[in-house]
Design a binder for this molecule. Structure first.
Ligand code: UT7
Length: 332
């Protein structure tokens, strides 16, 4: 029997600064009609100077801790899913622990691009099954703008910055039953598609020498068409596998939250799963694709806004570079 696993609290944080389609029209050869019809995105949030993966994670973490009715000192593990840590060394998780004023815990980053939240959530679930008393902070945060070339119109319209956080524990005390029961997480990867969505520059395979100016490979590069097709197939498939594994019919899924990459992908996955549009939560219109943070920000907002109600069965799905993909079933 698997150890019960609970999401005790949720929180999110996005930068104040907005980058609208009208702003982008002044920066590159694009227009609101193209961006809206291809992606559904109207604006995104961009980190200001001094706002980083660690600072946004910190704010999201404080909100999730408050939602869980917990203090930072109670945390046993800190996981940060990101591809845009403030630095290669130290990890974002070590820096986040320091911001939270705690030492001596397990703290580590997890790299799974836009699927990072579910990879971190499953890692948390594994820690809980090893240590049933564990109290785990999972944050998923990306400052994608730090790796976007704002002269590349095919990329710069798609992404935004943000952070989400969840507190994951074993069975919660009766006086604080938590937000949701984590029923299952399924993860998958396909490394044969590694070249279709990349950020290579600065890695050991594409290092920089002192004084060298950054090349194009420092920024996100993507074959949009191929990513689109694979993302639709992968998210649909892994959701179908999850539903079949648990004998869940589509009518029983109260809320579906897919990776907020763009509305066309969301609509295509929704149509293939035959999910009514009114059960699909979206916020990509106002944040763009926030990479690892996308699904956890959406989950946190869906709870905060009342879109998700008590007893709801919620299905999440992610997709990202690697390729990485996953699904998750939650009972509120
Ligand atoms: O976490 C996963 C992240 N990945 C994604 O979400 C991306 C998935 N892919 C997509 O959503 C779509 O492929 C895009 C939205 C990225 C692009 O849509 P598309 O219909 O596949 O367009 P395309 O890349 O085939 O480009 C069509 C045209 C090209 O012009 P030509 O060659 O036909 O003259 C592009 O140069 O659109 C042009 N274009 C733009 N035009 C105006 C590309 N970007 C822009 C732009 N504004 N921002």
């Amino acid at each position: 029997m698997t150890t019960p696993c609970i999401i005790r609290g949720l929180g999110h944080c996005v930068p104040e600064t907005r980058l609208t389609n009208a702003d982008l029209e002044r920066m590159v050869d694009t227009n609101d009609e193209w961006i809206t019809s291809r992606t559904g995105i109207k604006e995104r949030r961009i980190a200001a100077k001094g706002e980083t993966t660690v600072s946004l994670s910190h704010q999201a973490a404080l909100r999730a801790l408050a939602d869980a009715g917990m203090q930072a000192e109670e945390l046993t593990h800190i996981l940060v899913a990101t591809f845009t840590a403030d630095s290669y060394i130290p990890s974002a998780a070590c820096m986040l622990a320091d911001r939270l004023g705690i030492k001596g815990r397990t703290a580590m980053d997890i790299s799974a691009a836009c699927s990072g939240f579910l990879f971190a959530l499953e890692t948390a679930r594994a820690f809980v099954s090893l240590h049933p008393q564990a109290k785990i902070l999972v944050t998923a945060t990306d400052v994608v703008s730090s790796r976007v070339d704002y002269s590349d119109r095919s990329i710069c319209v798609l992404f935004g910055d943000g952070a989400g956080a969840a507190i994951v524990t074993g069975e919660a005390p009766g006086d604080h039953p938590g937000r949701a029961r984590l029923l299952d997480v399924l993860l998958a990867t396909d490394g044969s598609a590694h070249d279709l969505l990349t950020v290579k520059g600065g890695g050991s395979g594409a290092p920089y020498k002192p004084g060298e100016t950054v090349r194009r490979d420092f920024f996100v590069e993507m074959n949009g068409r191929e990513v689109y097709k694979y993302a639709v197939r992968a998210m649909t498939g892994i959701c179908q596998t999850m539903m079949a594994k648990h004998g869940v019919a589509k009518e029983q899924v109260d809320v579906f939250i897919p990776h907020q990459a763009n509305l066309r992908i969301i609509d295509a996955v929704g149509a293939r799963l035959d999910m009514p549009a009114e059960r699909i939560f979206t916020n990509v219109q106002k944040y763009g694709n926030t990479s690892a943070a996308s699904v956890i920000i959406a989950l946190s907002e869906a709870v905060e806004s009342g879109f998700i109600k008590d007893t709801n069965l919620v299905l999440l799905s992610t997709f990202g570079g690697g390729f990485t993909y996953g699904s998750c079933l939650l009972r509120f």
